[in-house]
Ligand binder design. Structure first.
Ligand code: SF4
Ligand code: SF4
Ligand code: FES
Length: 249
């Protein structure tokens, strides 16, 4: 079963561009990335698109389909009506390189700003056993494929370029939370999250969690617990005193 599908694809570069209409054959079982490839093969050989695995694992093919942030390779054509015009645009939060390809280096800058895992210096391999509950907590966060759809969706930076310097975004606040929740980490991540990664700018709208292709509960399991730790430290007198006396070095 195949049909001629209607598509509007953004074409252009950092100097400007616009939507172009195409009619492309759609076959049963295909995903939007198949259509983009057919478009390249038959009508627009210079159309730029980034992809690698076509299996939802490399995180390269992030874009917006009918305005919703999605992976091109994991969006089945069968979720759309045959009569529908499908609009494919690049991620809006990052600067355009060309067509559907954006410059996501903002995310690499933010990744470098998170200090790495800091276990106790004198701990030898095999001296420590983690409880399963601690393993599972970080395992959820480790499913991240770094597609940056959450970063693209978060309104703190999507509509406010000026916030990019102060705000690391959900993916990297989640990384801070992952390290903070690790029983062996000795760094103080709570103040870092608030003061250096802009946790206070997040107003827990959960939009980041809604678009995550790995279904990670970014807001519920990473951002809200971090906010609770910040609030405990600031406003709970017993936690405050404990931190003064026994703060991790
Ligand atoms: S929950 Fe926070 S990080 Fe996620 S989209 Fe909303 S404001 Fe951004
Ligand atoms: S947390 Fe989810 S949406 Fe964000 S970069 Fe990782 S996989 Fe993508
Ligand atoms: S091509 Fe790898 S996630 Fe889509």
């Amino acid at each position: 079963m195949s049909y001629q599908g209607k598509f509007r694809v953004w074409r252009g570069d950092d100097s400007g561009g616009g939507l172009e209409d195409f009619t492309v054959e759609v076959n049963e079982g295909e995903v939007v990335l198949d259509i983009i490839h057919r478009l390249q093969a038959t009508q627009a050989p210079d159309l730029a698109v980034r992809w690698n695995c076509k299996a939802g694992k490399c995180g390269s093919c992030s874009a917006e389909i009918n305005g919703r942030p999605r992976l091109l390779c994991m969006t089945r054509m069968s979720i759309f009506q045959e009569s529908e015009t499908i609009t494919v645009t690049p991620m809006r939060t990052f600067p355009i390189i060309r067509d559907l390809v954006t410059n996501v280096s903002f995310n690499y800058t933010k990744a470098r700003e998170v200090p790495s895992f800091a276990p106790p210096k004198d701990l030898a391999p095999g001296e420590y056993r983690m409880q399963q509950v601690d393993v599972e907590r970080s395992q959820e966060f480790r499913k991240c494929i770094e597609c940056f759809l959450c970063q693209n969706t978060c309104h703190v930076v999507r509509d406010h370029e000026e916030n990019k310097e102060a705000f690391s975004g959900p993916r990297f606040l989640m990384r801070v939370a992952e390290l903070e929740m690790h029983p062996l980490d000795t760094a103080d991540r709570v103040d870092q999250a608030q003061d250096e990664h802009g946790l206070g700018l997040c107003n827990i709208t959960k939009c980041c969690s809604e678009v995550c292709p790995e279904h990670i509960h970014i807001t519920d399991n990473a951002l809200i617990p971090m906010k609770e730790r910040v609030a405990d430290r600031k406003y709970d007198p017993i936690v405050w005193l404990g931190n003064k006396l026994f703060r991790r070095s």
